[in-house]
Ligand binder design. Structure first.
Ligand code: SDX
Length: 436
């Protein structure tokens, strides 16, 4: 970052001396006011619950222009990466800052595809869960448990450990997600195969059984690879900020990523794809398209607490570019599976059409986000609704790692420790029980 040719001056109406603060600008996006010395100089904190106006770090990984609906991974538009690259190329890009050349691509693909097995003991760890446990509960446990199985890559301040942990996490997440799925289904685990692509391997571990050969459908393989690309990283979202804050204590990479998995599970964040599909199914069950208008009235009634899941975004105040690509992927998969008339896809497109004509949504700049169509395409592929967020976590693991590594490598980084505006009781004495 560079010192901006501008300064910020904070003046006070009570006559306190004004304070000057430096401003910096990055390569693109809003400038920042450096408030790090504010408390020392004034004894005051800034107040920004939800971090609506706060840059928690500097980063060179992902840039989002919310007004234009633009998303860049290391400068490359998501539209180009989703159509001209594959997920492992995108992983290499996010981790290293550049797309791989032929030799680097071959080495990286081989490295990842050769570390897809997990320690056999993890099967016994899995057995501790109820079969009907939510896959995200299982995944949070499994990822955290990786720090119990891979001791030789837990020192986050050791670059070699960070690199080994990154490969292990990227390679093994599909295996763990598939194991959680098979465990819940009561089917035997399917071991990974090194001769399949990253997405093809995952499809086979999910849907193959020992009873017959499983042939990977190339259209579904490409669609899933694209879904992984679309979810790979997204600036300082809630789960990425969780990973950064958790990792800032110096804890091991597996524990920090497990914290990200736990945060992503929430319906306001990565859990929205599952909530969105459930919402569409509820509308469908109550009468389908004829009931959309009634549902929208509920959404617009603040007292209902009902939100249009898959819509709205803290940063995008325009169409989420990932939603556009996801809708295209949806069309391809439904056509390949002969489900062009999928009633839920038709319903989703009608919900989107109605919302985008309704002033409630237009005035609040609420557009479909990445989660609006992702559930429909995953459901068509046979992925159960309660596993959608697990797929999101699988894909986002590389983004979390890249952001964690960037933080640890930043000489300016310190343990994250926000302050507060205290509104509780001032000091008082404990009264004896009989007097309370
Ligand atoms: C992801 O941050 C990221 O980058 C996340 C993500 C990533 O890749 O990491 O992009 C992935 O999490 C996408 C978002 C998935 N969540 C959902 O689809 C859940 C539904 N969306 C909302 O919960 C909401 O839009 C958020 C949480 C996504 C954003 O919330 P904000 O930024 O805090 O906005 P807000 O709640 O202040 O909303 C502003 C207004 C409010 O109305 P008013 O008080 O102004 O009258 O818009 C309304 C909100 O009530 N609103 C909605 C709505 N989203 C916002 N009303 C109905 N339905 C919605 N979905």
């Amino acid at each position: 970052m560079k010192l901006a040719d501008n300064k910020a001056t904070l003046s006070f109406s009570n006559g306190s001396p004004s304070v000057e603060m430096p401003m910096y600008h990055g390569t693109i996006g809003p400038d920042v006011i450096d408030i790090r010395k504010l408390y020392g100089q004034t004894g005051l904190f800034t107040y920004d619950p939800g971090f609506l106006s706060t840059a928690a770090c500097q980063s060179a990984i992902t840039y989002i222009d919310g007004d234009k609906g633009e998303l860049l991974y290391r400068g490359y538009p998501i539209e180009q990466l989703a159509t001209q690259c594959d997920y492992l190329d995108t992983c290499y890009l996010l981790l290293n800052g550049e797309l791989p050349n032929t030799a680097q691509r071959g080495d990286f693909h081989k490295m990842v595809l050769k570390h897809t097995m997990v320690n056999e003991q993890m099967q016994f760890f899995l057995r501790g869960f109820r079969r009907d446990a939510h896959p995200m509960a299982v995944l949070t446990g499994l990822v955290g448990a990786m720090s119990a199985f891979y001791h030789d890559s837990t020192d986050i301040n050791n670059p070699q450990h960070r690199e080994i942990a990154a490969i292990r996490l990227i390679s093994k997440m599909p295996t763990l997600v598939a194991m959680a799925y098979k465990y819940g289904k009561g089917e035997p685990y399917v071991y990974p195969r090194n001769d399949l692509s990253y997405a093809g391997n995952f499809l086979r571990m999910m849907f193959a059984t020992p009873c017959e050969e499983y042939v990977v459908n190339p259209v579904l393989e490409r669609a899933l690879d694209r879904i992984f690309i679309l979810h790979a990283d997204h600036e300082q979202n809630a789960s990425t900020s969780t990973v950064r804050l958790c990792g800032s204590s110096g804890t091991n990479p597996f524990a920090a990523i497990a914290a990200g998995v736990a945060c992503l599970w929430g319906p306001a964040h990565g859990g929205a794809n599952e909530a969105c599909l459930n919402m569409l199914e509820e509308i469908q069950a109550s009468g389908g398209i004829s009931k959309v208008a009634e549902f929208m009235e509920k959404v617009k009634d603040k007292n209902s607490g009902v939100k249009l899941m898959g819509f709205g975004h803290r940063v995008y105040k325009n169409y989420d570019p990932r939603a556009t690509l996801m809708q295209e992927t949806c069309n391809e998969v439904l056509a390949e599976l002969g489900l062009e008339n999928d009633p839920l896809f038709k319903l989703a497109k009608e919900v989107e059409r109605i919302a985008l004509e309704d002033d409630y949504f237009v005035s609040r700049k609420l557009y479909p986000n990445v989660d609006f169509y992702s559930g429909i395409v995953q459901r068509a592929m046979g992925i159960p609704v309660n596993l959608f967020t697990g797929i999101f976590a699988l894909a986002r693991t590389v983004g979390w790692i890249a952001q964690l590594n960037e933080m640890i490598s930043d000489p300016e980084y310190k343990i994250g420790r926000p302050r507060q505006l205290f509104v509780g009781a001032t000091a008082r004495d404990v009264q004896p029980l009989e007097k309370r």
